[in-house]
Design a binder for this molecule. Structure first.
Ligand SMILES: Nc1ncnc2c1ncn2[C@@H]1O[C@H](COP(=O)(O)OP(=O)(O)OP(=O)(O)O)[C@@H](O)[C@H]1O
Length: 966
């Protein structure tokens, strides 16, 4: 008997459910036995092949025995043949051979017979054939004769309903992880069955299960389901568990008015339950729950006692559908019926669907909890968050919820790689609790805590990985400790350095203005960093026009003063030329001719002969500083001693491009060529070192984002603007006929008093697809005619670089009064006396982008204005934020919140932003900071993570370690 028991459990009927086999057996039993030997042999071969093909554990003793018997079927006696067919029928989920034959007949007669795998019974058809129980109008459907056969009892012994019920739409495939019960036990109640199976699973699996175990080890999952999950990319438990709920339905306690599709929670009594065998492979389970609901708000129907609450009873029809012959067996249907007995007090939550009969509602996605007594109701009535998963590959949401529940229940406790003290210090949930809390929360608070822990993990491993790689690149323990210290206290990581090199001092004297306090602090911080034994990796941020360029120039002078070289990389040729001219002008004013550094401009448009000369000069060290575009990082550009690389508008470059400078190493022992310096930059050790990197960002990046993008960068911020700047007056106007007329009037007024106007367009040419967009080229003639007596210029990305330079030069020199441009001027263009900007179709630009554009005016002492023309009334609201604030950090934060990091950073940069499946940078900044601290803490204890092998493994699982900058 024990053998039979284990077999029933281990070899699900699904393996034998093909109608072909059933028909063959039915035919053989009815017509066969007396068949000719050859025919019987053919039948036995057929059965043999079916069983061996379908049964995944054909080595099991019982199956081996069955196969042996099948093999000798052709020569067996009639009674043995009959016994064997009976055995195979039972294995197929039928009560007996007789039952199999009946089913075959019934299905053929009812016309529901479909060949083999096509035997899919339509749910709606089944529902029509077996309408819901409408109390008092239809009696309880009795489908069974009430006798429980021996085989049924066997099934009762070996299967708790739980396995079946949770795999609502699939058949069960047992795994070795579940212990087989050897002796008869009473049918367990729901509570006890759950407990026993959970504990035993846990014990059994804890040794073997890990987050990266295959999903096939989930108890009771069918092969079909397994494939389905794998096709959706859920190959491991981790992958599956990381399919997080999109949201949680806020289960409301049901009120008098119930709308279709609402997620509600009800307390009520089971009035009826039934299991229906709709076909040989399809069954329906229905529970009817009667709930009394009150209307707390209504005061209309006062009763005799002055009770203002209206009450009524509604009926919930909870339905589940099962596919597979095993689920149509009498014992199974009995068990599911008995799970919810008449009179049971239950709490039901889920999505309601209205039914044609008044006050009757159907629920197909639901949770049901049997309550001990009425006292428990108040606890449940508070509502449990109901996870709603993002759809994936057409997976049934109920199935997803069920499978998550099962996985969560068997997760071992010891899966957490993060050390216990970090968990305690940062008040985190354990990983196991976090997975439970996110998929099966008892309250929203629990879901929040779980979410926090999982977000923490996303950030933590990112920070840990980055810091780990940086530490690996450093030689000594002191350097490593120094680096960690630096990141531990970012605010005090740079000391104020008053002592500048003589070249830096001389250069600062050539400036036509005095540096603002914030510029001074920034220069000093950078100079301090330049003198550290580790390469600097610093991000210089500041609002538009705050004067970052000069700070970077001063940093370059500091290294040039000690005999090293500097490179200044910008994203456009326009900007390279502008910076080159700016620096050349400043250097011209320098009195001491002797120490004047030689500078060069290298862009894609530099003639090749001149490029060769520049390459040579950089190689020999004759050129101290080069300004250029990405041509600077070309392999053929070799430096004699590159000590600092400034990357302006660094968000326009990828990590790889920035990282390329790291390969341009220099030897720290190089002798100082500029003897005038008294700085102490050079180290005594003769070793090579990567250059210092000073990145500059014009789009202020919120601290959170900066940390996520460049967790390895120190931050310097310029917080004030040069004196004399008046805030740009911003107008937000709807771009209709009247709006344009007003704007043209304002432009005329500005031009009359000698102002210069930028007109910014979203596109160069008019497009048929987007006729509402104003185009720069198309408008040129119109604007020229409209503003006769004033000259117009055109600037856009499709022009040749010398044409662009020329257009900008003319505008700067006042040869043109109006510059029609696209967003090419957004970055870095500096024409201090430009006093007005009009942005057409301003809603096409992001808030941070508009702030950048607006920053092109108001860069001098002239009072400036910026007019944002909205394409429609609806877009006015979003733009109004620019009218209210001129703080770039605030606006960047707003943009981050409104449009997310991808849009704020632009395509290129956001491509380098790691993916965070659950975290949202715009709101989870504080968790990122904590994760950063935690990573520092861990690495502080063990630089190479040798003391935390689990963390190291997890880290390499999550992000294969790669060399920085590549
Ligand atoms: N301390 C200062 N006092 C007066 N003017 C200054 C000062 N510092 C810089 N400037 C001037 O302010 C203008 C803007 O400076 P700069 O181009 O360096 O700004 P930026 O921060 O790079 O701005 P953007 O991000 O818009 O490119 C320049 O014309 C520069 O000469």
């Amino acid at each position: 008997m024990a053998v039979a028991v284990s077999v029933v459990q281990s070899f699900p009927s699904q393996c034998f459910s093909g109608n072909g086999l059933r028909s063959a057996i039915a035919f053989e039993a009815e017509k066969g036995y007396r068949n000719a030997l050859g025919r019987r042999m053919r039948f036995s071969n057929f059965v043999f092949s079916k069983i061996s093909k379908l049964c995944f554990r054909s080595k099991h003793t019982f199956v081996k025995d069955v196969l042996k018997e099948v093999d000798s079927y052709g020569i067996a006696s009639i009674s043995d043949q009959s016994k064997l067919l009976n055995k195979v029928s039972v294995l197929m989920g039928y009560d007996s051979l007789h039952n199999l034959i009946e089913n075959e007949r019934a299905e053929k007669q009812s016309g529901t017979y479909v060949k083999d795998a096509e035997n899919e019974f339509d749910v709606s058809l089944a529902c029509r054939r077996f309408p819901s129980i409408i109390l008092s109008s239809s009696p309880r459907v009795e489908l069974y004769d009430g006798t429980t056969s021996f085989t049924e009892r066997m099934l009762l012994e070996t299967q708790s309903c739980e396995g079946f019920l949770s795999d609502t739409m699939g058949e069960v495939q047992s795994t070795t992880l579940v212990p087989v019960k050897k002796s008869y036990q009473p049918v367990p109640t729901e509570e006890s069955s759950k407990k026993v199976s959970l504990e035993s699973q846990k014990d059994a699996v804890s040794v073997q299960l890990s987050l990266d175990s295959s999903i096939s080890c989930i108890h009771g999952i069918s092969k079909k389901r397994c494939h389905q999950l794998e096709n959706c990319g859920f190959h491991t438990l981790r992958k599956l568990l990381h399919h997080f709920p999109r949201t949680y339905a806020d289960l409301q306690n049901a009120q008098i008015k119930i709308d279709d599709g609402q997620y509600l929670i009800f307390i009520g009594k089971v009035l009826n339950s039934r299991g229906i065998k709709a076909s040989s492979t399809f069954s329906i389970f229905e529970v009817v729950v009667g709930c009394e609901i009150t209307d707390n708000e209504s005061t209309e129907h006062m009763n005799d006692f002055g009770d203002s609450k209206r009450k009524k009873t509604i009926y919930l029809h909870l339905k589940k559908f099962f596919r597979g012959t095993r689920f149509t067996s009498v014992p199974f249907l009995r068990i599911v019926e008995d799970k919810h007995k008449e009179g049971d007090f239950v709490c039901v939550s889920g999505k309601v669907r209205t039914m044609p009969s008044k006050d009757h509602y159907e629920m197909r996605e639901y949770n049901i909890d049997v309550l001990k007594d009425e006292n428990e109701a108040s606890f449940h009535a508070k509502g449990r968050p109901y996870p709603i998963y993002p759809s994936k590959g057409g997976l049934n949401p109920n199935f997803l919820r069920d499978i998550m529940e099962r996985v969560v229940q068997v997760l071992p406790v010891n899966i957490d790689p993060i050390p216990k003290n970090i968990i305690l210090d940062f008040r985190l949930l354990s990983l196991q609790d976090a997975y439970t809390g996110i998929h099966q929360p008892k309250s929203i608070n629990e879901a929040d805590l779980a979410r926090k822990r999982l977000i923490f993990d996303e950030f933590f491993y990112l920070q840990l990985g980055r810091l780990y790689q940086m530490l690996e690149g450093l030689g000594t323990q002191i350097e490593k400790d120094g680096l960690l210290d630096k990141y531990r206290k970012p605010e005090s990581s740079a000391a104020y350095m008053e002592e500048w090199s003589s070249l830096t001092k001389k250069f600062s004297k050539t400036l036509p203005y005095t540096l603002t306090p914030s510029q001074l602090t920034a220069v000093s911080e950078i100079i301090w960093d330049l003198r550290q034994p580790v390469p600097m990796n610093r991000l210089l941020q500041g609002d538009v026009g705050c004067g970052k360029t000069v700070v970077a120039f001063l940093a370059c002078m500091e290294v040039i003063g000690s005999g090293y070289q500097a490179a200044f990389m910008v994203p456009t040729e326009l900007l390279a030329v502008q910076h080159y001219e700016h620096l050349s002008n400043l250097l011209e004013n320098m009195e001491d001719f002797e120490c004047k550094p030689s500078i060069a401009l290298l862009t894609g448009s530099t003639p090749s002969k001149q490029s060769r000369i520049i390459h040579k000069g950089l190689q020999t060290g004759d050129i101290s500083m080069v300004i250029g575009t990405t041509s600077l990082i070309a392999d053929k550009v070799e430096f004699s001693a590159l000590r600092i690389a400034v990357v302006d508008e660094q968000q326009r470059f990828g990590v790889i491009q920035r990282g390329r400078f790291n390969s341009k190493l220099y030897y720290t022992s190089i002798s100082s060529r500029m003897l005038a310096t008294n700085s102490d930059v050079t180290s005594k050790n003769d070793k090579h070192m990567a250059p210092h990197i000073l990145a500059m960002s014009a789009t202020p990046i919120p601290r959170t984002l900066a940390l996520a993008l460049y967790g390895d960068m120190s931050l310097t911020q310029i917080t004030d603007l040069p004196p004399g700047r008046t805030p740009v007056e911003t107008f937000i106007i709807e771009g209709n006929d009247n709006g344009f007329e007003d704007v043209y009037e304002m432009m005329l007024d500005e031009l009359k008093v000698g102002g210069k106007v930028y007109l910014v367009y979203p596109v160069i040419e008019q497009s048929e697809q987007l006729p509402q967009l104003r185009a720069a080229s198309a408008d040129f003639e119109f604007i020229s005619n409209r503003f006769q007596g004033y000259t117009c210029g055109l600037l856009h990305g499709r022009m040749k670089s010398d044409e662009k330079d020329e257009a900008l030069r003319k505008f700067r020199l006042g040869e043109t009064d109006i510059l029609l441009s696209t967003q090419v001027i957004e970055i870095g263009v500096d024409v201090p006396d430009a006093s007005m900007m009009v942005v057409m179709n301003a809603d096409r630009f992001g808030i941070a982008q508009l702030h950048q554009l607006r920053g092109r005016v108001g860069r001098g002492v002239r009072k400036s204005k910026c007019i944002l023309l909205a394409s429609s009334v609806s877009s006015l609201t979003r733009l109004k934020v620019l009218g209210k604030s001129s703080d770039g950090f605030y606006l960047a934060n707003m943009d981050l919140l409104l449009r997310g990091p991808g849009n704020l950073l632009g395509k290129k940069q956001s491509g380098h932003l790691p993916e965070f499946p659950i975290a949202r940078l715009e709101v989870d900044g504080n968790i990122l900071q904590e994760a950063h601290l935690a990573a520092l803490k861990v690495l502080g204890v063990s630089h190479d993570l040798e003391q935390f092998p689990l963390l190291k493994t997890e880290l390499s699982m999550r992000q294969p370690l790669s060399i920085l900058g590549d």
